[in-house]
Ligand binder design. Structure first.
Ligand code: GDP
Length: 315
């Protein structure tokens, strides 16, 4: 099923054969010239123009770290274009700790003013029908989904609703600023769950992904403090193959294991995860590094949601 309103990603069943950088940088729909509106300028302080050599950043905090990415690995949001001949200017518009270029649709409405639990649904058909745009959070159990949700809305216990007995297998809708939804989906990969229950949850969430018309993007949470897990790689490629727009949210990026103990840094796990899924995507999906302990990535996720949402509302 192809949902025409959807933005990204575009999946190739075969490895990408692109050779032209400019092709890769063009967003999937309606490319437009990027303009620096006053609003855009006001937000651009959140981007980190500086890049650092990460070869030895043991002990570095997330404020220090900005990966220098080649242009073809950046996510250019719909409605934005970049000048491939001016990498410095492009880098200055990349949200910190991510590959996401800030475009003209990011607005001052990014911050959460209020958020309320609306309902738990046991079937996609039971979900709210008001047509407001929504973003779904999904990930392996214990990945930090509830912590991230609470961090995004700056409430300590809002996501507890999703953890109440009977709600963990539900689609839980939280309305933000009375105008869009954050959706908490059942976690996957519970080792202790019976096989039958696991299959049902999978089918249930897959149906939601495929049928929910107002789903702007899935936010797939991946624990960056541990090496890539097969179940996460499978999930990412399933979303890609089904053309469900996806943002990779790497969690627990504050957990920095000592290299000498064999631990890998979050940046290394992030890089490996992407290289393992790259062949399935024509263009790089958006990704962002986060921590619910330091709130790394919180403002950046909200800006990313803002620009996807505002583009979606206009098209
Ligand atoms: P969920 O099952 O996906 O909802 O995960 P939770 O939000 O309940 O988090 C699972 C565990 O990971 C808890 O012990 C959290 O304190 C911890 N955790 C969650 N996010 C982070 C993070 O960003 N950094 C660190 N260090 N721990 C985290």
């Amino acid at each position: 099923m192809l949902l025409h309103h959807r933005l990204l990603p575009r999946l190739l069943l075969l490895p990408s054969t692109h050779t032209s950088t400019s092709t890769l940088l063009r967003p999937s729909r309606l490319p437009r010239r990027l303009f620096l509106s006053p609003r855009f300028s006001a937000l651009s302080h959140l981007a980190a123009p500086e890049t650092v050599d990460q070869s030895d950043n043991e002990g570095a905090t997330h404020e220090d770290v900005q990966v220098k990415l080649p242009l073809d690995r950046l996510f250019v949001p719909p409605g934005a274009t970049v000048d491939a001949g001016n990498q410095e200017a492009v880098s200055a518009r990349v949200l910190k700790g991510s590959n996401i270029v800030l475009g003209p649709y990011a607005r001052g409405d990014a911050q959460v003013v209020n958020a309320d639990f609306v309902k738990s649904s046991v079937r996609p058909d039971d979900c709210p029908r008001d047509g407001l745009p929504e973003f779904a959070l999904v990930g392996r159990s214990n990945v930090g989904k509830s912590s991230l949700l609470n961090s995004l809305v700056r409430r300590k216990r809002l996501a507890l609703t999703s953890k109440k007995p009977g709600k963990t297998q539900c689609i839980n809708h939280f309305k933000v600023n009375d105008s869009w939804y954050l959706v908490d989906l059942p976690g996957y990969g519970y080792a202790s769950a019976p096989q039958e229950a696991r299959t049902n949850w999978d089918e249930f969430t897959r149906n939601y992904f495929l049928s929910r018309e107002n789903l702007v993007s899935v936010f797939l949470l991946i624990d960056a403090s541990i090496p890539a897990k097969k179940i996460d790689l499978d999930y990412a490629s399933w979303l890609g193959q089904n053309k469900v727009p996806m943002t990779l949210v790497f969690t627990k990026c504050d957990k920095r294991k000592k290299k000498k103990n064999g631990g890998r840094r979050p940046e290394e796990n992030v890089e490996t995860f992407q290289s393992l899924i790259r062949e399935y995507f024509e263009a790089a999906p958006p990704w962002i590094m986060t921590s619910s302990v330091t709130n790394q990535g919180r403002d950046e996720i909200l800006l990313h949601m803002s620009q996807l949402r505002n583009y979606w509302l206009k098209h």
